[in-house]
Write a protein that binds this ligand. Structure first.
Ligand SMILES: *Cc1c(COP(=O)(O)O)cnc(C)c1O
Length: 415
């Protein structure tokens, strides 16, 4: 019997919509790529993009910048993080998150994550009290939202300001409130593998006028901030414009032009991701040894990636499982590997941060498997991927049992 093999590409995103290509060509043809380089009466693509993303999320203000990581660092500076200040953040996140904290001069303090891949509130409280940290860089890693109302209440009690890393939650919501709207600032990424694609790019949103004015000045607005549209009025800038450094990291009109036509497509993409996610989930339900991550009823998430765990599996068994899935075209990533691979690294690989023992996170990440879910996949693809994963999880289990039985026989042989 020949085994089925998946032939799709886990890194192939959809093309840029034709309207985005046309808009990009128009910018290339007129040549005014810098956001403040506008003809008389012209509105820059970057300014329009900000206005449209603010409307989409219901935020008062929005700033588009060079990358998601830049947005995070800019947010920390905009809220007045001091040099050497400790910043709480999820131990399960992507390298640019602690990287942004370090680049802005802060020191990451990692907080344990739960089996359901969200921040552990008890440990958050413990770390906040132990360090006196005033800032939380909350990473909605792989799109998992914690109980946002409970978190907001806890942080208010602790005097901790929340900055949200929504790189994986653009289009997600908690009890109907868009992700990024619970914290003082929400940050997003428009890097190719996220939910709208300009290659690179980031957003900050906020309702706080002074914080946003600071962010705009920081991003490199010079004295041209009045050309922004989703921005506070010029008088808010007056008081701070000479004391705020220019940490150049602007969005340009070319990428803004590519992004604007994608905003109205976001809701449709989220629905398609949900369908793929559901097919995978259904196909993997009740697979022995494999735990699916439960999703709370209040969470509406974006299924641009899929996680499951293999609790208690040995490294060799997980290694064999990954190799067998890989041989059948199913590319899985493992957060438990000793060495960082490609995009996947872990808190204890980031040696510039203070070492913290995090036994719970260690256990969670040891068995955590992660998969990209690009929208070039169909529901039939998702069903096939689930069949392969399920079959190989079972096969590895059987192979291990057979090996143990053989070992037991070998031990008995001398009698
Ligand atoms: C991608 C990503 C970022 C950073 O975004 P860039 O645009 O690549 O700088 C931050 N946090 C998470 C969780 C990410 O996945």
């Amino acid at each position: 019997m020949t085994q089925e093999r998946f032939t799709g590409s886990f890194t192939q995103q959809e093309p840029i919509p034709e309207s985005g290509i046309e808009a990009a060509l128009a910018v290339l043809r007129h040549g005014r790529l810098h956001r403040y380089n506008t003809a008389p009466g012209e509105l820059a693509e970057a300014a329009l993009l900000e206005e449209e993303f603010a409307a989409l999320t219901g935020a008062k203000y929005c700033l588009a910048v060079a990358s998601g990581g830049y947005a995070l660092g800019c947010a920390l500076r905009a809220v007045g993080m001091r040099a050497g200040e400790r910043v709480l953040t999820n131990a399960f996140t992507l390298a640019p998150v602690p990287g942004a904290i370090a680049a802005a001069g802060g020191r990451p303090v990692f907080v344990e994550v739960t089996d359901d891949l969200v921040l552990d509130f008890a440990h958050l409280e413990e770390q906040a009290r132990a360090t006196g940290a005033r800032l939380l860089m909350l990473s909605h890693m792989r799109g998992h939202l914690c109980d946002m109302e409970a978190l907001v209440a806890l942080c208010a009690r602790l005097g901790v300001t929340i900055i949200e890393d929504c790189a994986h939650t653009m289009g997600a919501a908690w009890n109907g409130v868009p992700s990024g709207r619970h914290g003082l600032i929400g940050c997003y990424s428009m890097q190719t593998y996220k939910h709208i694609n300009a290659g690179e790019g980031g957003f900050l949103i906020s309702d706080d006028a002074e914080v946003m004015a600071r962010a705009i000045l920081l991003s490199g607005s010079y004295m041209l901030y009045a050309r922004h549209r989703a921005a506070p009025p010029p008088e808010v800038f007056e008081a701070i414009r000479l004391e705020t450094p220019n940490v150049s990291g602007r969005m340009d009109n070319l990428r803004a032009a590519i992004l604007r036509p994608q905003l109205p497509l976001l809701a449709g993409r989220v629905a398609r991701w949900a369908a793929l996610y559901r097919v995978l989930e259904a196909g993997l339900e009740q697979t022995p040894g494999l735990r699916l991550i439960p999703r709370p009823a209040a969470e509406s998430w974006v299924g641009s990636s899929f996680q499951f765990s293999l609790p208690g599996w040995s490294d060799t068994r997980i290694g064999a499982f990954l190799a067998r899935c890989g041989a059948r075209g199913v590319e899985l990533k493992w957060f438990g590997a000793d060495q960082p691979v490609a995009f996947t690294s872990r808190y204890d690989h980031w040696h510039y941060a203070e070492p913290t023992p995090l036994p719970q996170t260690d256990r969670v990440l040891k068995g955590l498997i992660d998969m990209r879910l690009p929208l070039t996949f169909t529901e039939a693809d998702a069903a096939q991927i689930a069949r392969i994963i399920r079959a190989e999880a079972l096969a590895v289990g059987q192979a291990e049992e057979a090996a143990l039985a053989a070992e037991a026989r070998a031990v008995r042989l001398p009698d």
